[in-house]
Design a protein around this ligand. Sequence first.
Ligand SMILES: C[S@@+](CC[C@H](N)C(=O)[O-])C[C@H]1O[C@@H](n2cnc3c(N)ncnc32)[C@H](O)[C@@H]1O
Length: 400
Amino acid sequence: MIDPTARCPKWLIDRMIESGGSISFYRYMDLVLNDPKNGFYSTGRLNIGKDGDFCTSPSLGNDFASLLAIQIVDWLLDLETSEIESERFSLVEIGPGEGTLSRDLIMAIHEIAPALISKIELVLVELNLGMRKRQEKVVNNLLGINYRWSNIEDLISRPVTGVVIANEVLDAFPVERLVFSDNNVFRQGLSLKKINDEYLLEFVDLKPTYKIMKFLEDASSLLKIEFPPKDICNRWVTEWHCDIPSWFENLSKILLNGSLLVVDYAMESKRYYSAMRNDGTLIAYKNQEAKSNVLHDAGLCDLTAHLCIESTVNYALSNGWKFIGETRQGQALLALGLSKFLYSLQNKNSNDLSAALNQRESLLRLVDPMGLGEFRWLAFQKENNDDLILSSRFLEEPIN
Ligand SMILES: C[S@@+](CC[C@H](N)C(=O)[O-])C[C@H]1O[C@@H](n2cnc3c(N)ncnc32)[C@H](O)[C@@H]1O
């Protein structure tokens, strides 16, 4: 059935016609987010924050960065006291959005370990020019800090030692959508349907690629994920984050020594690939509203899909990484001392009451199990040095 709200914008009609009339869902997601002239990210149309399209942890204030910086400093000090020789440590942020996390991390590291800051360079890796321009406005105010923007290819040619952070980035990577129908699997695609002089987007079934079939085979043989799960409805839909394996491979080449922290929407394969989740995890965001219709307002809203934890860890392990561990954001931030932050608010003087209440609300949002607290922190270490032990405070039991 055609969705009358799935209007196809002129620029996308042109792209689809150039591609012969239909494209895969993967290509659609890539275009609506990253097309250099029209994508939601590349044009810098995306606004992150309480007054924007959606909130991320760093957009709620600097407490997220202050807590995360405690873990980053631990890792950097472990590197500094190890046998590894490095004149400089890099803090690499992939997909920095508004640039606030990068800025607030540097400020927090400055406060926690001032002696370390002169050894640190900040490297921002941003795919989209529109977002980079926004980051420049925030990061250019950092004085006395070495910082630069780079891309993965340049970093591969001049690898660094340090810590890589990817907060809510992998969920924005384009995904393949798979449709299971009558004992067959299809690659979801989109084509154009002209109704009353208007072009609408329509889902179509495409032949699965070799890579999709290989993913299904590997998921079942290596990870024991049942595809499709029992008792699914006809036309059960799920996703595959097909770009994550090569992302881990490339990242392992940019880092000589150090760690990688991925923070994102994620869930175990049992929940991800369950019969009940019959339309996958994809969601569109705009103006703080989440919508399941991912064809509406193409190029004018964000699209995001959860990560499958086992697949993500497996891709990392196969591409040069050791797994340090994984936990929910709520646990991680409590382990890093969030309750102390909450407690210290009681001692703020009463003139700051409204600021204190706002900060309290933000801290609680960061650990809310129905929201950001449910995000997963997945940490990895570059697999090349068995002597280097990176201490991971965020995985410890929280103490009050
Ligand atoms: C949802 S935003 C996350 C922003 C930020 N990390 C935060 O937590 O507020 C995704 C960001 O990743 C960028 N991005 C998307 N794909 C990317 C890629 N392959 N490499 C680098 N950046 C990417 C987007 O342009 C955007 O800046």
